[in-house]
Design a protein around this ligand. Structure first.
Ligand code: CP
Ligand code: NVA
Length: 308
């Protein structure tokens, strides 16, 4: 049966660890400029209903490096869920392509795509989650920290799609995860409850930023207004003003702490230029690891689905 990567919990803990190990192997190969043509004569359809720099370039470059061909479909090409039904696109692309990656607004459309496609579907972000990002992030923490044993990760800002994916990872790996957000901007309640029910991670949702960051191994932030919410940017700027990651907040951890951001960053809003450029900022390692993590995810899905 074909496998998809829509939520981090689509993979077992063992599968996540195996995927991270493969990502590290593929990264080493890529750096040596070795050929890795596992997807020779295969194609990846990339559906983008929202803008992207990293997701588009990392998937296209990665799939091309693995010997395949990636096709980009931008926001004006399909009109998925509007001009054409999601379930029709799912079945049409399954006839042409070997893997499909999609970045969509509505999460229910992603679920519909996966349900009706007979090829593996990879979630490249929805309003609800962003699993490829968090796989790249945990890979980055593993590389810098040397292990992923109970890291204290303090996410600061909007309880958005990035946070929901961290909470999903917390169902598979043991994390000390804190989300410090303004009142009313908490992550999805069912997702919090589900992570707590699994019970392998500490989950703390708080409005007290200064106490939250104490002893953090990682401070992570994201934009205050996500794609699809940009008309709220001005209002949110006021509501989130006390949740900026700046040099003073970084000092409050009381230890050496990495700074992470999925990018794109709005410097001067959720993070200062100084923090972005500091030695402890590992944002570009994160960005690079998008490609290696995704390459490993696609290889694993293709193997498990019997495609390669
Ligand atoms: N982090 C991320 O997904 O970046 P893009 O929006 O540029 O793809
Ligand atoms: N929360 C952001 C993440 C961008 C990668 C957004 O959805 O716009």
């Amino acid at each position: 049966m074909k496998r998809d990567f829509i939520h981090i919990t689509d993979f077992t803990t063992e599968e996540i660890l195996d995927t991270l190990e493969l990502a590290r192997e593929l990264k080493e190969k890529f750096h040596k400029k070795d050929k890795h043509h596992i997807f020779k004569d295969r194609s990846l359809a990339m559906i983008f209903a929202k803008p992207s720099a990293r997701t588009r370039v990392s998937f296209e470059t990665g799939f091309t490096w693995m010997g395949g061909h990636a096709l980009y479909l931008g926001p004006n090409d399909i009109g998925i869920g509007k001009r054409e039904a999601v379930k029709d696109i799912a079945r049409v692309f399954s006839r042409y392509n070997d893997v499909v990656m999609a970045r969509l607004f509505e999460h229910k459309h992603m679920l519909e795509l996966a349900k009706h496609a007979t090829i593996p579907v990879v979630n490249g972000l929805t309003d609800y989650n962003h699993p490829c990002q968090i796989m790249a992030d945990i890979l980055t923490i593993l590389e810098h920290r040397g292990n992923i044993d109970d890291p204290k990760i303090v996410y600061v800002g909007d309880g958005n799609n990035i946070v929901n994916s961290w909470l999903k990872l917390a169902e598979r790996l043991s994390l000390d995860f804190v989300c410090a957000c303004p009142d009313g901007f908490e992550p999805d309640e069912d997702t919090i409850n589900s992570a707590r029910e699994v019970g392998i991670s500490n989950i703390n949702i708080t409005h007290d930023l200064k106490s939250a960051v104490k002893d953090a191994d990682v401070i992570y932030t994201d934009v205050w207004a996500s794609m699809g919410q940009k008309d709220e940017a001005e209002t949110r700027e006021k509501l989130f003003a006390d949740f900026q990651v700046n040099e003073d907040i970084m000092k409050l951890t009381g230890k050496d702490t990495y700074f992470m951001h999925c990018l794109p960053a709005e410097r001067g809003r959720e993070v200062t230029d100084g923090v972005m450029e500091a030695d402890y900022s590992i944002v570009f390692d994160q960005a690079e690891n998008r490609m290696h993590a995704q390459n490993a995810i696609m290889v694993k899905l293709a193997e498990w689905s019997g495609i390669i």
